[in-house]
Design a protein around this ligand. Structure first.
Ligand code: HEC
Ligand code: HEC
Length: 219
């Protein structure tokens, strides 16, 4: 009981304060949250069509490649922030920088609303990794589900859904946090966590949260 309580308190601390260096430029404020809440899914669908998001992310935001993230059912504010981070360069991707450059903030909030309404793939849920449910206090690792939700569905406005994510993207982005190549997470929360995970642990977590790998056609 005490352990649960102190874990929760620690989570609140990490979610709210305890600033660490290398903060991304993006700032949450009321105007931004309002803009996102007002996102128009029908307009977002039009923008997605014009910008050909489906070429890489699939017709309904479920990607057909294991190394391209799915964006269906994503928490809209997380989606919005990623597009802003690609535009500013705080999250490094040549491909997405090219896409984000053409978008206004309104486009981004409309796109986020459109893709949030799409259905994600189910997670594989292989095994029951200790790190998901209990974390590891020895290493100050909170359980993933404290932040990402009981079923990996995301939480609040900052924490993304990770259930049904594409497996190679999941592993690659965890490794990018681990190496510091992805550094757009506020307070360095994901970097702090990923830094301490072994490759085996990352794989175990991927097999739990990710969607089944895409079948190879030519076999
Ligand atoms: C040419 C292929 C391509 C196109 C077109 C494209 N994307 Fe992406 N997208 C990617 C790749 C690859 C990544 C992963 C980049 C990385 O590792 O950061 C990505 C990442 C993202 C992410 C972050 C996902 C996450 O889970 O963190 C979002 C959100 C996103 N794209 C939205 C869009 C939207 C909206 C459009 C259309 C306006 C779009 N993308 C068009 C290839 C593409
Ligand atoms: C203290 C809260 C917290 C905990 C605990 C936490 N995360 Fe996260 N995670 C976040 C936040 C916040 C982000 C979004 C960072 C950003 O803005 O890009 C994130 C992002 C991610 C992403 C990137 C998603 C994508 O689509 O690119 C993955 C994967 C992830 N977390 C996996 C995990 C796993 C696995 C665990 C458990 C070992 C975990 N997280 C524990 C807060 C947390």
């Amino acid at each position: 009981m005490m352990k649960k309580l102190s874990l929760t308190l620690f989570a609140c601390l990490l979610l709210n304060g305890a600033a660490i260096a290398d903060e991304p430029g993006f700032k949450w404020d009321r105007a931004t949250l309002k803009l996102i809440a007002g996102g128009d899914a029908a307009k977002g669908k039009q923008v997605a069509k014009k910008q050909k998001c489906s070429k890489c992310h699939g017709d309904t935001g479920v990607s057909e490649e294991d190394d391209t993230p799915s964006i269906a059912g994503q928490v809209p504010s997380y989606h919005f922030k990623q597009l802003m981070d690609y535009q500013s360069g705080d999250r490094d991707s040549r491909t997405m920088a090219k896409v984000a450059r053409k978008l206004t903030r309104e486009d981004m909030s409309d796109l986020a609303a459109h893709f949030a309404a799409q259905k994600p793939e189910p997670a594989m849920k292989q095994g029951k990794p200790m790190l998901v449910y209990e974390g590891d206090m020895q290493r100050l690792l909170l359980p993933c589900n404290v932040c990402h939700g009981k079923n990996g569905e995301g939480l609040g406005f900052e924490v993304p859904a990770i259930a049904g994510q594409k497996i190679e993207h999941f592993i690659e982005t965890m490794e990018a946090f681990k190496e510091g190549d992805r550094e757009n997470d506020h307070y360095g929360r994901m970097r702090f966590i990923a830094e301490q995970l072994s490759e085996d642990e990352i794989e175990e977590l991927a097999n739990y949260y990710s969607a089944k790998p895409v079948e190879d056609d030519d076999s």
